[in-house]
Design a protein around this ligand. Structure first.
Ligand SMILES: Nc1ncnc2c1ncn2[C@@H]1O[C@H](COP(=O)(O)OP(=O)(O)OP(=O)(O)O)[C@@H](O)[C@H]1O
Ligand SMILES: [Mg+2]
Length: 398
């Protein structure tokens, strides 16, 4: 019997750890066998702050996904998040000696393009291919065998801070697991929900989590931008808690049940903040004003990311949102009116098995990690930049 290709994907989010066990089938299908999410404390804005508590949540989520799948996988593909993630463009051009493009030429030009200069406190997480040009003609998909004088490649090198990467690897090892590969969280969540057509015509993806918002832009089939804004749904909850004088759990409940961007509902809500306290009357108007102020700030941050792209007409496929924060009532219509682009909530697609469980927009990142692992686009973790780049090549073209 052929060996089954099983994999474990992890997303250590600011509010929850998600784990997913999947099988990559010969026909290309990714079948979900187990999926679990465990609430976590000890993360801030996508970064690990309390090792022991985060490790407990990782262990719990991985155990539950493994036991649902009947597996005991310990090597995981892991999403990496946070506003330390940086995208640096690289490009290189080589003259061809033989006049025909060989796979070695492609390797050489990609390695050269990925050799960007990074500060000492950073390491490469992933190299994303942006485009290949042959004798100046852009957009070539598979240039091997073409007759040409020059070959040019453009890449994006995604790097992260050493200390953040080391701590994530460390907390995962304390949970009894190891990291087989990292994938940038905004790229993972985008890949879980965007179609090739959307990436071709132009699309903005926002993964609105608890402590972060991942922003990715695709056009012409390639990534144009990836970035992370250090703000998510938790800041709305914190503002409501402070502004209305209620405990965070109450503030969260008020947000989920009553907050709506752009709402003009009047009236008051009765809240008993802590046991024994008198009932508190909260004007809905005040609640909505607090939400609106934070959403205004958040929108400014996101727009700063979007300004990094030169738009002629905006993304033809509009904006696709994932993450729990995308479920805030009225957010889609607020953005649609403000930007004039269609906005929708994306659900992870292209999965078999227990796929219904993984269709929540909050699971997009972990699903994207599994998909990337299945496509074998992720390199095993080598120690040096050069081995990383070589391995990336072996996976991509091998
Ligand atoms: N129905 C809803 N309306 C508004 N906000 C919601 C809703 N459901 C969930 N949220 C918010 O979504 C956030 C959690 O989203 P998600 O699970 O995607 O975050 P995460 O992956 O843990 O965090 P991050 O991606 O920032 O590291 C919380 O702030 C929660 O309050
Ligand atoms: Mg997340």
């Amino acid at each position: 019997m052929p060996k089954r290709s099983l994999m474990l994907a992890l997303d250590v989010g600011t509010t929850k750890v998600s784990a997913l066990v999947a099988e990559s089938k010969a026909d290309g299908e990714v079948a979900v066998l187990g999926i679990a999410a465990t609430p976590v404390v000890g993360m801030r804005r996508g970064l690990v702050f309390e090792i022991e508590r985060v490790a407990l949540a990782i262990r719990d989520a991985a155990n539950r996904a493994n036991s649902m799948a009947g597996t005991s996988l310990t090597q995981a593909g892991v999403a990496i998040n946070g506003d330390h993630l940086m995208l640096v463009p690289g490009q290189a051009k080589i003259a061809l000696k033989t006049g025909v493009i060989r796979s070695e030429d492609l390797q050489q030009v990609m390695i050269k393009a990925a050799h960007v200069s990074l500060a000492n406190d950073r390491e490469v997480i992933r190299v994303i291919r942006r485009g290949i040009s042959v004798d100046g003609f852009r957009g070539v998909v598979d240039p091997v065998g073409m007759v040409a004088h020059t070959l040019e490649s453009e890449v994006f090198v995604v790097s992260g801070l050493n200390t953040v990467i080391r701590n994530l690897r460390h907390v995962i090892s304390i949970a009894g697991l190891s990291v087989s590969s990292f994938v940038p969280a905004p790229e993972a969540s985008a890949n879980a929900v965007l179609s090739d057509d959307e990436k071709q015509v132009g699309v903005v993806h926002l993964d609105i989590g608890g402590g972060t918002t991942g922003v990715s832009v695709y056009r012409g089939g390639h990534v144009q931008h990836l970035g992370v804004v250090p703000l998510g749904g938790e800041s709305i909850t914190a503002d409501l808690s402070m502004g209305l004088g209620v405990v965070p759990t109450q503030a969260e409940r008020l947000k989920l049940e009553h907050a709506a961007v752009g709402s003009e509902r009047e009236g008051t809500l009765e809240v008993r903040a802590v046991s024994g306290q008198a009932v508190k009357l909260i004007p809905l108007k005040e609640l909505q004003e607090i939400v609106a102020a934070r959403i205004e700030e958040w929108t400014d941050y996101v727009e700063k990311q979007l300004q990094k792209i030169e738009w002629t007409k905006g993304p033809a496929a509009g904006v696709v949102m994932t993450g729990g924060g995308s479920l805030l009532k009225g957010l889609d219509s607020h953005l649609q009116v403000r930007w004039g682009w269609p906005v929708r909530i994306g659900t992870p697609h292209g999965l078999g098995g227990l796929s219904d469980l993984s269709k929540s927009p909050g699971y997009a990142t972990v699903v994207g990690v599994a998909k990337a692992m299945a496509q074998n686009k992720l390199e095993p973790e080598p120690e040096t930049l050069w081995r990383r780049i070589l391995q990336f090549w072996v996976n991509l073209w091998g």
